[in-house]
Design a protein around this ligand. Structure first.
Ligand SMILES: [Zn+2]
Length: 257
């Protein structure tokens, strides 16, 4: 497989990077990424993921644009207030690069419907803001054997981690956070506040990590680093990281599960 001349020009700055190269760009064009949440993380992340030439994107969000979203959710403008995020996000991608294949879902994610949204994907990037959804997405990823890149931000703290709980020795997102938040919506963004650029930092770092995971075994940049969680501190500012071990008692991926 090779790239058309028009695609070679579009991705010239990737292809000259030895860490990506032509092989990496061709691989990205063949990947399917499911992006859950088109808010403060999903919105800037989508712009860089589409820019990276990931060939197939499924965009999931049941929310509508609110005026208070505009200071950080970079896909939307004032005219979009009141309209569905998934539809607007698809329109943005189609205008940005018509060669990309985009599907959308504007249903609320539940434990029941999460499976059909993630099945067959190469990677799921979850940037939603409540634990019930995040755990439903994680459990579906484990069951459908799809890797999960989880990204979250609150005030000036962000976290981005890659999980492959379907593999025997790797943790899932539930191993990391436990079961405590399963039932309730822990969305605190509205009360806590959020600096737009902080959400953008976490989002673009998540997009970088998504490209890294998708290029695993393809080019030099590729590295999944399953179970590694990166913490982004916007106040210091600083980053640090640690590795999550699989919880043998985990309800989703443990041997008892
Ligand atoms: Zn687990």
């Amino acid at each position: 497989m090779s790239l058309e001349p028009e695609r070679l020009e579009r991705f010239a700055r990737h292809i000259v990077l030895p860490e990506i190269g032509g092989a990496g760009q061709v691989a990205l064009a063949g990947k399917h990424l499911v992006l859950v949440g088109l808010g403060g993380i999903g919105s800037p992340a989508l712009q860089y993921l589409a820019g990276a030439g990931i060939g197939k994107l499924t965009l999931v969000d049941d929310d509508r644009v609110d005026a208070s979203n505009l200071q950080r959710q970079t896909l939307y403008n004032s005219r979009d207030v009141g309209h569905g995020k998934a539809v607007i996000a698809k329109r943005w991608v189609t205008g940005f690069d018509p060669a990309l294949d985009v599907a959308i879902s504007d249903r609320r994610i539940t434990a029941e419907n999460a499976h059909e949204l993630v099945v067959g994907a190469d990677l799921v990037l979850d940037g939603t803001d409540n634990f019930a959804t995040r755990l439903a997405v994680s459990d579906a990823c484990v069951a459908e054997r799809v890797p999960l890149l989880s990204a979250a931000v609150g005030r000036f703290q962000g976290q981005v981690g890659a999980f492959a709980g379907h593999l025997p020795d790797q943790a899932c997102y539930r191993c990391f956070v436990g079961d405590a938040f399963d039932a309730e919506d822990c969305d605190t963004c509205a009360e806590d506040g959020m600096l737009g650029a902080m959400a953008g930092w976490v989002a673009t770092f998540a997009a970088l990590q998504a490209v890294r995971v998708l290029l695993k075994d393809v080019s030099a940049l590729g590295e999944a680093d399953w179970g590694r969680v990166h913490l982004l501190d916007g106040l210091a500012p600083a980053m640090r990281s640690f590795t999550i071990a699989k919880d043998p008692e985990c309800r989703a991926c443990g041997s008892a599960g």
